[in-house]
Design a protein around this ligand. Structure first.
Ligand code: NAP
Length: 292
């Protein structure tokens, strides 16, 4: 009998299925939206505001509006011309903030270089800031106070919870520090007792940091920046990056053989963003209507 060689199959990471989790969250959101409508006679309402006609932004807003409709959330849309001034946008957002029939407000980013985006965001009432973009929302999140979180980091935390990832005492490395993604993701991990390191474009030796990480959150926008060989065996890898060709910020094929859990791109973090937006819209309606 000829000798046989036994090859031990490499242990592949479990995929974190954001599509399935988002569907589950959306189902719960729809049930809560229906309950709001039953008890008050009016459904939760999300106002979306789009300045100009950037094709990607048009698509994103259309997706959000479609998902609202499916969840039983009223979608009110304001399409403003590209030439809208900061003052006009601020006054539009203030009017929506004061309108009792609107429960959540989303200003689609980017708004154009001629507009003071921060001034526009700050015109959104904190109780309607379901996209978590105001300074007040960021402060509330940082201090662990009630408020709305930025939707993609909020989605990342829900994914981690759905897969029972214990964060206390773990080393988390967040690559990217944007106001909407990397920075709040790190704050949310810190609030859950992870030991958080932020990496960014000026970080020396990114690989050395990633190699130490129990949890890696990639939020950069550079295809396959995180090398598979740098992923610590058994780590949890969250890839929020979305680059042309459906490519994330992590070398997925390489990381798959080392990580314990990993988000695919697409189908990982992406679907969770809108799910959190709609969930927070219904929460905003419940609070404003005295149901929560
Ligand atoms: P961003 O505002 O451009 O920020 C990118 C961050 O990456 C910055 O903090 C930058 O550092 C850092 N960075 C750039 N090059 C780096 C390098 N070589 N090494 C380490 N860090 C580097 O981008 P963003 O809006 O946060 O988005 C990041 C990615 O997430 C994009 O692919 C975007 O498409 C995706 N995204 C996905 C969703 C979703 O729903 N799934 C939502 C939002 C964004 P500096 O601060 O030093 O410049």
């Amino acid at each position: 009998m000829s000798p046989t060689t036994t090859t031990v199959p490499a242990q592949l990471a479990q995929l974190m299925d954001g599509t399935a989790l988002a569907r589950r969250v959306a189902g719960e959101t729809a049930a809560r939206a229906a309950e709001v409508a039953r008890r008050t006679g009016s459904a939760p309402c999300l106002a979306t505001v789009l300045v100009g006609e950037d094709p990607a932004s048009v698509t994103y807003v259309r997706m959000k509006r479609n998902r609202c409709t499916k969840a039983g959330i009223v979608s009110r849309h304001l399409a403003l011309p590209a030439a809208t001034t900061t003052e006009e946008l601020v006054s539009t957002l203030r009017a929506l903030s004061e309108d009792p029939t609107v429960h959540g407000i989303l200003l689609q980013h980017p708004v154009g270089d001629h507009i003071d985006e921060r001034a526009a965001f700050e015109a959104i009432a904190p109780e309607k800031d379901v996209d978590g973009v105001t300074l007040s929302s960021f402060a509330a999140m940082s201090f662990g106070r009630p408020g709305f979180v930025s939707c993609t980091p909020g989605g990342i935390m829900r994914l981690l919870d759905a897969y029972d990832v214990d964060l206390a005492g773990k080393r988390a490395v967040v690559v990217g520090r944007s106001a909407i993604l990397g920075k709040p993701a790190g704050m949310l991990l810190l609030a859950r007792d992870a030991t958080v390191t932020y990496c960014h474009s000026r970080t020396a030796d990114l690989s050395a940091h990633v190699r130490e990480a129990d949890v890696v959150v990639a939020a950069v926008g550079r295809p396959r920046l995180i090398r598979g060989e740098d992923v610590k065996p058994g780590a949890v890898v969250i890839d929020a990056g979305y680059n042309p060709g459906n490519v994330g910020d992590v070398d997925f094929d390489g990381a798959l053989h080392r990580a314990r859990l990993i988000t695919p791109v697409p189908g990982g973090v992406g679907p969770m963003t809108i799910a959190v937006l709609l969930d927070q819209t219904v929460t905003a309606a419940e609070r404003q209507l005295g149901l929560a």
